[in-house]
Design a protein around this ligand. Structure first.
Ligand code: SF4
Length: 489
């Protein structure tokens, strides 16, 4: 007996009966495609060699509205440019920096000369988080009242400057504060990138060499740490010899068994990871890691299926060919970008089938200023986690996680209590960080996380309006304690 599975239709070819299985999501293998960059007037004459050159990509990043208009020609309406200008003046927490590779994945099927281009650009999921405009944001609650810079309190947990020791066995090394691309929703907006009209940036006090040296010393003298996320910023912005020296020093520390290199540039600037210098260096690191039984993985950050292009797949393949253990994706769950079953599964299959990248996590967007329009309620995230189960192999089914301030990552179904009227979820933890060393209640305490207020029922929204009006909470952007609640009896 022969069956053909065509989307949702299962047919018996001998015609005796037809079974129709309707699925909420229909898997289709999709070939990756690099959109045609010559559709943009500013890049009409750009050759493939130029496009694939990391130097060309870095030199032609779009950093302001004038450069965006030069690339897109007359394709963008005046209204869009005014909307973007207003956002940069009033709300943006990140300055603009978008590599050509990423711009080219926005509105991929529409020529800049098409009268529909501006509408397509407005609606584009990559544009929505890389080039936010004022009309994207909530006018009623642009920020949650408890939104904070450094919403995860990473700096409070620095063991040495830039080294966050939040979990018992793992650390986050912020080796530099810059990236080849700046995402509008960046959770490290306190530290990463250039200042904007409304946000100043924290500056590391110590010179980079001193900071990196202090990190290595701390890790040598802290044998309980076995896992280092090397991040920033984006490690693609650290000169390669310096990054290789740092990772080599980690490989020399016997207690370090896992090293994860965090780089959105594997997607945003794959040309970097395809360059000869970086490939050769990664081969050296991969060989040493294998010899010492240490796992090196690359963690990237892709939020939309259209970002997974053949160049991204080539970069991932090149990295796997160096002998590192894995390339994994940690996307961010963002409204208007990937907040649907189809968007999350399309992206996961594009990563897995097309690029050999493991769909690993989707983080809920953190509670930074100006992020309310991107954030989802916990209940929405739970529903999405339920809906994406069962389509991907178990090892490649991404977990949707909430990074709860002072707690850390929690699967969205691990919530302890959830007040859906006020949009407050309560979480517990099972380890102490340095900031709780003296706190006997740390493991019995509940820690709060907040849904976007506009997603709440009317009486819940009114509760927050009343509290804000009565001055019962500090205004957004002030350092408000992240909702610590009394310990439960
Ligand atoms: S790549 Fe990562 S660190 Fe850099 S701006 Fe984007 S989210 Fe922030």
């Amino acid at each position: 007996m022969l069956h053909l599975y065509e989307g949702i239709v299962l047919k018996n070819l001998f015609g005796r009966r037809v079974i129709v299985i309707e699925q909420p999501y229909v898997y289709r293998r999709t070939e990756l495609a690099e959109p045609d960059w010559t559709r943009f007037p500013g890049w009409a004459g750009v050759t493939r060699d130029e496009w694939e050159s990391v130097q060309w990509q870095r030199a032609h990043c779009v950093k302001n509205i004038r450069q965006l208009r030069e690339v897109l020609g007359g394709g963008l309406s005046e209204a869009f440019c005014a909307d973007l200008t207003a956002d940069q003046r009033e709300r943006a927490t990140m300055s603009m920096l978008v590599p050509p590779q990423m711009i080219n994945t926005m509105a991929p099927g529409v020529a800049a000369s098409d009268p529909a281009f501006t509408d397509a650009f407005y609606a584009d999921p990559v544009r929505r988080y890389m080039i936010p405009v004022l009309s994207d944001r909530r006018a009623d609650w642009p920020s949650h009242p408890y939104a904070t810079r450094d919403s995860l309190h990473e700096a409070e947990m620095w063991a040495v400057e830039g080294l966050t020791h939040r979990y018992p066995t793992k650390v986050l090394a912020e080796v530099l504060p810059t990236c080849p691309q700046y995402c509008g929703h960046c959770t490290r907006m306190d530290l990463v990138g250039n200042p904007t009209p409304v946000i100043t940036k924290h500056k590391f006090a110590a010179p980079r060499e001193d900071r990196l040296g202090a990190m290595i010393t701390y890790l040598k003298t802290t044998p309980g740490v076995r896992d280092v996320v090397v991040s920033g910023g984006d490690v693609a912005n650290l000169p390669w010899p310096r990054l290789e020296a740092f990772v080599s020093a980690l490989l020399d520390i016997d207690n370090i068994r896992d090293i994860r290199l965090a780089t959105k540039a594997l997607m945003g600037l794959p040309q970097h990871w395809l360059s000869d210098e970086v490939r050769a260096g990664m081969e050296r690191l991969g060989a040493t890691a294998r010899q010492r039984g240490v796992s090196i993985a690359i963690h990237t950050h892709v939020n939309a299926a259209q970002s997974v292009t053949p160049l991204v797949a080539r970069a991932a393949r090149a990295m796997l060919d160096t002998g590192i253990r894995d390339v994994r994706n940690q996307g961010v769950l963002l409204r208007g970008v990937n907040d649907s079953t189809a968007a999350l599964l399309d992206l996961s299959f594009a990563l897995l089938d097309g690029a050999n990248i493991l769909p690993y996590y989707f983080y809920m967007c953190d509670m930074i200023p100006g992020s309310e329009h991107w954030r989802l309620a916990l209940s929405e995230a739970q529903a999405l986690q339920h809906q994406i189960m069962g389509y991907l192999p178990g090892f490649a089914t991404p977990r949707i996680v909430c990074d709860v301030p002072y707690v850390g990552k929690r699967w969205v179904h691990q919530v302890s209590r959830y007040d859906t009227r006020l949009g407050i979820s309560y979480w517990t933890k099972n380890y102490r960080t340095a900031v709780e060393a003296e706190d006997p209640l740390a493991l019995r305490r509940e820690y709060a996380y907040y849904d976007p207020i506009y997603t709440l029922p009317a009486d819940g929204q009114q509760w927050w309006r009343d509290r804000s009006r009565d001055g019962a909470m500090a205004p957004a952007r002030d350092a408000v304690p992240a909702g610590l609640t009394p310990a439960r009896p």
